[in-house]
Design a protein around this ligand. Structure first.
Ligand code: PMP
Length: 358
């Protein structure tokens, strides 16, 4: 057994999981209290009258291939949000254990921890070094009851990749002490390899991938948690019994085949060229103080007057993200790269508000 499981909540380790209806596709189902007929017009592959296969074999093999790992290392869930939630629930005892996050960062790590009653230790990214990880400060803050260290690379909302050697150092130094959860939601936009290849080297490494971004499937709600098989096995005992809806399974299989992967790669290229164009034009506008470099499909901008920029985008019929409550971002806004037309409209709107020509 992976010794890292010793960090899990004892009551989860000894939990007798729910015994869902056995998955026996060669037999006709009279064991799950389902209706024996489909609803009129139900054209799904498996039939919506039937509970879906928990952790469907075909989907797990498909995701394993997509992410370059073995099927035993994959847990599929409803977005990577579910992976975050499962980790916190399985590893953190309410009122005793903590997660460590590096703000400014993705908000769900903290929210999931709070829902579970876990503590949240914050070790900010170093703004002066382009929002880089402060490895020594993270290690110093990892006392006994820090069970999960979340690092997001590229980081949301700052957009930068974190130093890979620093993350490897965290994994090595925290082996048997904490799980290092590397959220790679935006990695496809960064042009660097995933850390999935390091799973064998680091039994305490967990990687979160999502189909919501590069594969244009945010509405399908599917993400993959990649980890040592013992961690995957533990979380599979905690996940809700039939987590993945039939339509989700169908959509992921249909829309991440070879042709769609090729389409996604082309669209990523367009997003990257639009990112450069948008960043270049925004940087010239008087209302924008600084455009932070991005390795993602969004850009963080530091504004002279963020309220004026927000008003200008709304007037242009566009909504952007206001992350100003996060540490270090009191004058910043986050803009997702859109279509060329949307990006033009945004630049013109902000230029007009700046009194500048776009
Ligand atoms: N991680 C990061 C860094 C994100 O930005 C998001 C969504 N904005 C998620 C995870 C969750 O994505 P999903 O649940 O759609 O997979």
């Amino acid at each position: 057994m992976n010794p890292i499981l010793n960090l899990a909540r004892p009551d989860i380790l000894s939990l007798q999981p729910y015994q869902h209806a056995a998955w026996e596709p060669t037999l006709e189902r009279m064991h799950a209290n389902e209706m024996p007929w489909r609803a009129e017009g139900d054209r799904t592959e498996a039939g919506l009258n039937r509970y879906p296969e928990p952790q469907p074999d075909v989907l797990i093999h498909h995701l394993a291939k997509l992410y370059g790992v073995a099927p035993k290392n994959v847990l599929a869930g409803r977005g990577s949000d579910e992976g975050i939630d499962l980790l916190v629930r399985a590893f953190c005892r309410a009122g005793i254990d903590n997660v460590l996050i590096c703000p400014p960062t993705f908000g769900m790590y903290k929210v999931s921890a709070r829902i579970q009653g876990a503590g949240v230790i914050e070790v900010p990214l170093v703004k002066e070094r382009g929002f880089e990880l402060d490895v020594q400060a993270v290690l110093a803050a990892c006392r006994e009851n820090v069970k999960l260290v979340f690092v997001c690379t590229p980081n949301n909302p700052t957009g930068n990749l974190l130093d890979r050697a620093s993350i490897e150092l965290l994994c090595a130094q925290l082996s048997n002490k904490a799980l290092v959860v590397v959220d790679e939601a935006y990695i496809e936009f960064a042009g660097v390899p995933s850390m999935a290849q390091d799973l064998e080297r680091f039994p305490n490494l967990v990687i979160l991938r999502t189909l919501s971004k590069a594969y244009a499937l945010a509405g399908a709600r599917c993400g993959a948690l990649l980890a040592d098989e013992d961690i995957v096995g533990l979380l599979a005992r905690v996940i809700t019994p039939y987590a993945l809806p039939t339509q989700t399974i169908d959509s992921v299989l249909n829309f991440t085949d070879e042709a769609h992967v090729a389409e996604s790669k082309q669209r990523i290229e367009l997003i990257l060229s639009e990112r450069a164009r948008l960043a270049g034009r925004l940087a010239t506008l008087p209302l924008i103080r600084q455009v932070w470099p991005s390795n993602s499909n969004f850009i963080l901008v530091d504004c002279m007057d963020a309220d004026a920029v927000l008003r200008a985008t709304i007037e242009a019929g566009l909504i952007i993200r206001d992350p100003r409550s996060q540490p270090g971002l009191s004058t910043c806004l986050r803009i997702s790269v859109g279509t060329p037309e949307q990006n033009d409209r945004l630049v013109h709107g902000v230029a007009r508000a700046s009194g500048a020509a776009a």
